[in-house]
Design a protein around this ligand. Sequence first.
Ligand code: GRF
Length: 202
Amino acid sequence: QRIVILVSGRGSNAQAILHACTAEGWPARVVAVVSNRPGAAALEFAAQQGIATAVVDHTLHASREAFDAALMQVIDGFAPDLVLLAGFMRILTDGFVQHYAGRLLNIHPSLLPAFAGLHTHRRAIEAGCKLAGATVHLVTPTLDHGPIVAQAVVPVRPDDTPQALAERVLEAEHRLYPLAVGWWVRGELRLDGGVVHHTGEE
Ligand code: GRF
């Protein structure tokens, strides 16, 4: 199976997925890393590993629709079975999401449905949450609201700053996203009445 990863920046989640794909011998390979920002660090390490990269710069497109159409064309050029959002910081149009329905995953740094959107760590601390975490979900047109595939939990410490919490959550993300994608590429996920079930071994 062919995986395309969309990034906007650092790409540490993309890196974790690339590593797991090889290390765990997934029946899949990452065929391209695509960024909306030309300088994204993720592009460098992907290129170093011999993976195709592409940039679709959102600042060069007049509308969201035009950007998404250009992005779709580039992605479809790689004929993916699965498209992963990994720190991809653009809101996608309904048309884009529908085009990849059932094969578009995102990782979000909160325990959804709590704290969709931005500044999740600051909001979790301000709300007095004792637990935080990350969620991998199927992408649907409503932002950060698709069926949940997997979640990881970390503690919120009394003296946490948003940055300290972000680092703890990010470490969990690097285990969680590869786990969830491994399930997907091995065909171990079943969508039933809007709820995702993992059917393989834990
Ligand atoms: C992650 O925390 C992800 O959940 C969020 O943005 C961050 C991306 O980090 N959406 P990276 O680019 O994968 O290092």
